[in-house]
Unconditional design. Structure first.
Length: 180
C-alpha cells in the first residue's frame, strides 16, 4: 500500500492492514514494528500485575496494556506496552484519548531507538507526566518525569533489586519478578 506524502492521521491509521504488525502514527509518520517476543510479553505481564496491585488498590488509576490505541493528537496514535490512566474521561470507545499518568515501554531490538528517541520526545511534548523504559537485555528500569516538555531521569534500578518510586509512596517494583 502506498502512503500519501503528508502527515498521517487517525483515519490513515485505521486503514492499516491487519497483518500482525504493530502500526503507530508518530507526529504524522507511520511506524511499523513486528509483534513483541514472548520474553517481552512476560515482562509486560509481570510489571502490569505489580502496577495493578498499587494503582487499583489505591484507586489512583486503571492499568492497561498493549494492544491499545493512545490517541494524543490527530497525528499521534501510539501503542505503549503499558499505561496508567488516572482520568476516566480519557477512556473512549476508540482508545485512550488524552495523556495517561504513566506510559511504559519495554525495549525490543526493533523498538529500542524509537522508544528512546522520537516516541519518548513526543510523549514528553504531548503531556505524559511519567515515562518508564524497561530494558530486558540490561535488566534495567528507568523512570523519567516530564519537565518543560522533556523527560528528566527520576529513578533507575538494575538487576534483581526493588525500586521504591519516589513519586508514589508505597510503589515498589520488584525487578527480580520481571526477569524470572
Amino acid at each position: 500500500m502506498a502512503w500519501p506524502q503528508r502527515k498521517l492521521d487517525y483515519a490513515d491509521y485505521l486503514a492499516t492492514p491487519d497483518d500482525g504488525q504493530r502500526y503507530q502514527v508518530i507526529d504524522g509518520s507511520l511506524v511499523v514494528t513486528p509483534a513483541p517476543s514472548p520474553i517481552h510479553q512476560r515482562i509486560s505481564s509481570r510489571l502490569e500485575r505489580q502496577l495493578e496491585d498499587y494503582f487499583h488498590a489505591r484507586s489512583l488509576g486503571e492499568v492497561l496494556h498493549a494492544p491499545i490505541d493512545l490517541i494524543l493528537t490527530r497525528h499521534d496514535i501510539l501503542g505503549p506496552d503499558i499505561l496508567v490512566v488516572s482520568d476516566p474521561q480519557h477512556v473512549s470507545r476508540r482508545g485512550i484519548e488524552g495523556p495517561p499518568l504513566l506510559v511504559v515501554e519495554i525495549l525490543s531490538p526493533s523498538t529500542r531507538a524509537q522508544d528512546r528517541g522520537d516516541k519518548a520526545r513526543r510523549y514528553a511534548e504531548l503531556g505524559i507526566a511519567h515515562y518508564w523504559i524497561v530494558d530486558p537485555d540490561e535488566r534495567t528500569l528507568e523512570c523519567y518525569t516530564s519537565s518543560e516538555g522533556a523527560f528528566r531521569p527520576r529513578a533507575e534500578a538494575r538487576g534483581d533489586v526493588r525500586l521504591n518510586h519516589p513519586d508514589w509512596a508505597g510503589l515498589t517494583i520488584d525487578l527480580a519478578q520481571l526477569w524470572r
